[in-house]
Write a protein that binds this ligand. Structure first.
Ligand code: ATP
Ligand code: MG
Ligand code: MG
Length: 406
């Protein structure tokens, strides 16, 4: 309806088809994985058209989007052609061609968040430099080019040594740990060698990992979701609990750090700020994602406005929605591939079968074409009246009854 439409800054002149949703802006998303898929789900409710650019014909978002252009979001000409179909260009992955986005911005294409944000974030070393220059607390870090450099970092920071790839990191795939000097070479080789571009981070002796999803609207308004606790398994996000069970002081500090980190970046949309809480009471930034994030999946069932709807509202210029929780507690459990191929599907099916019988549990399946160990295949969100209840229910889905009393 016309009275629901926000005044839009974005040009709609390139729209091919007349649209009659809450916004007439066609949202172009670089990447069509599970985050793109859930953006499409939210867009469907608002009747906002989403077009996807992803190289994989059967990517998770392909069946839910208005149009899927098959092609690389890392190829300049392809992204340029794609941009012509969109009123606003956004991302569900930061590993896109930042130079092309900068060029497109100069030509007047509306990118949200801004290309400058993608450029800073996609290189984790530059990201660290950026945030340290903005006074955000983070673990000490140092670029390395060779074994000598790695040893120097070890002398300064001590072991274990966290070696990270500057680029193309996700799900811990760009991280390797050396417990002593002898392990440096194998860790570096596992990451593809020094030439790949590596840096070292001081080990963060965290007692908890926290995350804050932050939304910024086109008008500059900023809203923070409740602080959540993230639990990783082998560097991969595995369980998210909302709200985080930490004192009010740390909730406030985590939110302040997240707010400050996002304020130093340009553009509208959802951002997720991953944080470490250390034993001595520090909140340190791990990294920021310039897009919806695994730690915000739970918001679909637990918050008044999900991170996906919020991202769409933000990039098209609608007013931001309420990020607060509408239930006392939520747990998100990632369904990670436990085995390759059919055996993996069988295990996932058994898990889902149990989840479907649990009150307050919602199953999300991303419809990925292949099963691989550690691949994010889907997730389960539990909502309910208390965290204790949800923990018991999760244990029963995981058939971990014996651990209930832990
Ligand atoms: P994502 O999928 O979140 O993008 P990523 O591949 O970018 O992951 P990081 O977030 O850098 O990887 O690290 C993954 C996990 O490894 C962290 O969540 C944390 O558990 C651990 N980790 C990362 N950096 C450190 C550190 N400096 N000290 C201790 N543990 C760390
Ligand atoms: Mg990352
Ligand atoms: Mg991370």
């Amino acid at each position: 309806p016309a009275h629901c439409r926000a005044s839009l800054e974005a040009s709609t002149s390139s729209t091919e088809v007349p649209v009659h949703g809450l916004s007439e802006t066609v949202v172009g998303v670089l990447g069509g994985g599970q985050l793109g898929r859930m953006l499409c789900e939210a867009a469907s409710q608002l009747a906002i058209k989403v077009v996807i650019l992803d190289p994989m014909e059967n990517c998770p978002a392909s069946n839910l989007c208005h149009h899927h252009m098959v092609g690389s979001y890392d190829d300049s000409a392809t992204v340029e052609a794609f941009a012509k179909r969109c009123g606003v260009l956004t991302v569900e992955i930061e590993h896109v061609d930042a130079a092309t986005l900068e060029k497109l911005e100069q030509k007047g294409v509306d990118c949200q968040p801004k290309a400058s944000t993608i450029r800073i974030i996609q290189d984790k070393y530059l990201q660290k430099v950026h945030f340290s220059e903005h006074g955000i607390p983070l673990p000490k870090f140092m670029q390395i080019d060779d074994l000598e450099g790695a040893k120097r970092a070890a002398e300064l920071f001590g072991y274990p040594l966290m070696i990270k790839s500057r680029r193309l990191a996700y799900d811990g795939r760009g991280n390797a740990v050396a417990k002593n000097e002898d392990e440096i070479s194998s860790a570096v080789n596992a990451l593809g060698g020094y030439a790949r571009g590596l840096y070292i981070e001081k080990w963060a002796p965290f007692i908890k990992e926290l995350s804050v999803v932050v939304a910024r609207g086109r008008d500059g308004s900023v809203l923070c979701y409740p602080v959540v606790e993230t639990i990783h398994r082998e560097n991969i996000c595995h369980i998210v609990k909302s709200p985080a069970n930490v004192s009010w002081k740390f909730l406030k500090l985590a939110t302040e750090v997240a707010y400050k980190a996002v304020s130093s970046l340009e553009g509208a949309g959802i951002f997720a700020v991953e944080l470490f809480l250390t034993a001595d009471g520090q909140i340190l930034l791990n990294e920021v994602a310039p897009r919806p994030h695994n730690s915000g999946h739970h918001t679909i069932e637990s918050c008044f406005t999900s991170q996906y709807e919020q991202h769409l509202r933000a990039v098209v210029g609608l007013p931001l929605g309420d990020p607060s929780m509408k239930v006392p507690a939520a747990i998100m459990y990632n369904i990670l591939g436990e085995d390759e191929g059919e055996a993996g599907f069988l295990l996932a099916n058994q898990l889902i079968g149990r989840a479907l019988r649990i009150p307050g549990a919602t199953v999300h399946w991303y419809d990925k074409p292949g099963m691989r160990k550690q691949r994010k295949m889907g997730h389960i969100t539990l909502v309910g009246s208390s965290m204790g209840l949800l923990e018991t229910r999760l244990h029963s889905i995981l058939e971990e009854e014996s651990k209930q009393d832990e």
